[in-house]
Every structure is written in structure tokens, then in C-alpha cells.
Design a protein around this ligand. Structure first.
Ligand code: SAH
Length: 377
């Protein structure tokens, strides 16, 4: 079992040069003024970047030719270089490995869920918020690799913009064959890293994702999910931001004794404190939060733990998302058998707790939960 330390403070080194996506709307006007350009150019760049997912000013034809190189150098440095991508699940899941400016590697995963019945198509990107992670969860490949550095706001936003561009290409490729609109609809902060340990940059990125074009991507608040190990003070701060994004808490055990080892941040903030923080968050947004629970055979999947979890959540505005464990290299742990999983679901439902079981998208390409270790350059 893990004996890695918890690391909240990332090394200061390595953040990339400033990018357009780092800037709030008022800062953008100043940045174009610094280049000797009129303020309206800021919105024009926003329409290219957030509206059409264009990242290279040199091909923005309505920008004065003589200004393009300067805009590129000052505001659009290359942040993410694709090393490679892998597809699986009949091309509906795509994992991309990115190299950052300093050689650091991170991954994001794009998933397409076709329209079915009266459910609209969903295209979700799972993004990284840090290179590596300092939270040391022993069942998670990223957690076992330690924290390399925080990502900048723009490095996070640019993963989403790249995903939106790919989604658009999917839509074009498949026009007529299926009801595919090719619009990125959801963003989950469930890739590498602990988003609330990179708080300021993640919140700024969320604002860029929510703001309507030309100030941002114009995604709906509730379609964004921030997933956390349970950094209690940061959950409190997030509630006060008024962003109203969906909160997911990685609980993985209903009792402190087990959670202390599965999610080591529990040694700082206990189960009761994490749930109280999530309740407070739900009170601010009026919406359910989700409890992530990886089903690990003979570790956290006992009927009594299902009952305890059910009792804890019965009167809360929460739903449970069970995740079949993705075994990671070097770990003896395995996913719970289906029969055990089903019994766990029934026991939660018996207490009136809504439950869903996460699908296992991306398994074959190490693109599934907790496997994003980016060790395969
Ligand atoms: N640090 C954040 C977000 C990243 S992980 C958090 O912990 O919430 C997203 C989810 O995947 C978390 O619930 C995490 O516990 C889960 N996860 C990590 N490794 C996993 C694995 N091997 N199998 C299943 N789920 C895993």
C-alpha cells in the first residue's frame, strides 16, 4: 500500500508562457493594446479561439498581416503538442497524449455518446489539471507517480478547445450517417491531478469554459464537473465562487479507517467533514453532488459498507457513481465481481440513494479512470 506523502504545493518551476486563454476579458484588452492593436481585436481573437477553435493567428485572415506574428508570439504560444492519440470503443473514445512546453506529458480523453431515444448526444472531455498528482491514492496510477507541476489556466482550457475541435471534425466526418452534431457538451476534471490543489488556475479555466463567446466557450455550468479527493477548505471556497458547476467527491470508503489508506487526504479531513462540505456546496447550487466510489474486490465492496454508505447518504442531495476499479500496474487490487457490484447497488437503492455504474470506456488504451499516467511517450 502507498506510503507516498501528500503534496499540496506544486513545484513553482515550469509554467508555460502566457497565453490568450490565461486572460480574463479585461486583461485581454490590455494585452492587445500592448501590441499596439485596438481593443476590438481582443473580441476578434476570442471569436477565432473560443468560437472556431483556431489557435494560430497566422491563419486568421481578418487579422492585419503585419500583426499576425506579433500576436502569435505574445498571445498564442504552442502549449500542447500532440505526441499521439489512440482510439477505442469503435472510435467513440480517444485518448490524446500531449507534450507541454517543458517536455512534461499529460493526457486527456474524449468520449462520444450518441443520441439515444430522447437523450441528446453527449460529447465529454476528461481533462488534466496537474501534471501528475500529489494526493497519493494507492489505487490510482497518476497518484502513484507523484506531482510534477500545476498546469496553467491556458493549458487546461487548451485541452478543452482541442477536444471541441476534434468533436467538430467528428460531426463533419459523420454528417448524414448518424444524428451527430459534433458539439462538445461536457467537461470533467477527472484526468490527471487534483483540481482543487491547483485552485486558482482551475477556477479561472472554468470561467473561460462558461463565459459565452467571444469571452469563452459558452458551455453550460451544470455540464462541467469538478472532481476532488475532498480538499475541504477548497470545496468551501468553490461554493462561494458562484460557478455552480457539478461537484464530484471521490469517497471510495464510508468509514475513516479504510478511507485513511485509500484516499490519504482523509487523514486531514474526515468523511463527515467532506460530506458536510459537499452538503454546503449543494445548498449553494441546489443540485445534487456525486460520490465517486471505485469498487475494489474485498477491499471496499462488502455489504456492510454498502449499508453504511447508504445510511450516510440517505438524506443527502447526493448520488453515487460506482466505478469498476481499473487495475493499475503493480497493484494487487482488482475490480469487484459483477454480482458483488449488483448487490452493492441494491443495498444503496434500498435506502433510497440514486446509483449509477460508470461504464469502462477507454480501458484498452489505458484511457480509463486512474490510468492516465502518461508514461508511454
Ligand atoms: N483528483 C481528482 C480527480 C482525478 S481522478 C479526484 O480524485 O477526484 C477521477 C476519478 O477516478 C476519481 O474518483 C478517482 O478516485 C478515480 N480513480 C482513480 N484511479 C482509479 C482506478 N484505478 N480505477 C477506478 N477509478 C479510479
Amino acid at each position: 500500500m502507498s506510503s507516498l506523502p501528500l503534496v499540496f504545493e506544486a513545484p513553482k518551476r515550469g509554467l508555460p508562457p502566457r497565453h490568450f486563454a490565461d486572460l480574463a476579458p479585461d486583461e485581454r484588452k490590455g494585452a492587445v493594446a500592448d501590441l499596439g492593436l485596438p481593443a476590438f481585436r481582443a473580441d476578434q481573437l476570442g471569436r477565432h479561439y473560443y468560437g472556431r477553435f483556431e489557435t494560430d493567428p497566422r491563419t486568421m485572415s481578418d487579422l492585419p498581416v503585419q500583426a499576425r506574428d506579433a500576436v502569435k508570439d505574445a498571445l498564442f504560444p504552442d502549449l500542447l503538442t500532440e505526441v499521439r492519440h489512440l482510439e477505442t470503443d469503435s472510435g467513440t473514445t480517444r485518448k490524446t497524449l500531449w507534450r507541454l512546453h517543458d517536455g512534461t506529458l499529460v493526457e486527456s480523453v474524449l468520449m462520444r455518446y450518441p443520441a439515444r431515444g430522447d437523450r441528446a448526444e453527449r460529447i465529454t472531455v476528461c481533462v488534466s489539471s496537474q501534471a501528475g498528482c500529489g494526493m497519493a491514492c494507492p489505487f490510482c496510477a497518476t497518484g502513484q507517480g507523484g506531482l510534477k507541476r500545476n498546469l496553467s489556466t491556458a493549458e487546461i482550457v487548451d485541452q478543452v478547445v482541442a477536444a471541441a475541435r476534434t468533436a467538430q471534425d467528428w460531426g463533419r466526418d459523420m454528417r448524414g450517417s448518424q444524428a451527430l452534431r459534433g458539439r462538445l457538451s461536457n467537461v470533467v476534471f477527472m484526468g490527471m491531478g487534483e483540481p482543487l490543489a491547483n485552485y486558482g488556475r482551475v477556477v479561472a479555466a472554468v470561467r473561460r469554459l462558461i463565459d459565452p463567446a467571444p469571452a469563452g466557450l459558452g458551455l453550460s455550468r451544470r455540464s462541467l464537473t469538478v472532481s476532488t479527493v475532498g480538499v475541504v477548505p477548497a470545496i468551501g471556497r468553490l461554493a462561494e465562487e458562484g460557478l455552480d458547476v457539478t461537484l464530484a467527491v471521490s469517497l471510495h470508503a464510508p468509514d475513516d479507517e479504510l478511507r485513511d489508506s485509500l484516499v490519504p487526504v482523509n487523514t486531514r479531513w474526515k468523511v463527515a467533514e467532506v460530506l458536510a462540505a459537499a452538503d454546503n456546496y449543494a445548498a449553494h447550487t441546489g443540485r445534487r453532488y456525486s460520490i465517486e466510489y471505485a469498487m475494489i474486490r474485498d477491499v471496499n465492496d462488502q455489504p456492510w459498507r454498502a449499508d453504511l454508505l447508504g445510511e450516510l447518504l440517505a438524506r443527502r442531495l447526493a448520488h453515487v457513481n460506482l466505478i469498476p476499479l481499473n487495475p493499475t500496474p503493480g497493484s494487487a487490487w482488482d475490480a469487484s465481481p459483477q454480482r458483488v457490484e449488483q448487490q452493492f447497488v441494491r443495498r444503496l437503492e434500498a435506502r433510497g440513494v440514486p446509483v449509477t455504474v460508470r461504464d469502462t470506456r477507454g480501458r484498452e488504451i489505458d484511457g480509463a479512470c486512474g490510468q492516465l499516467a502518461a508514461n508511454g511517450a
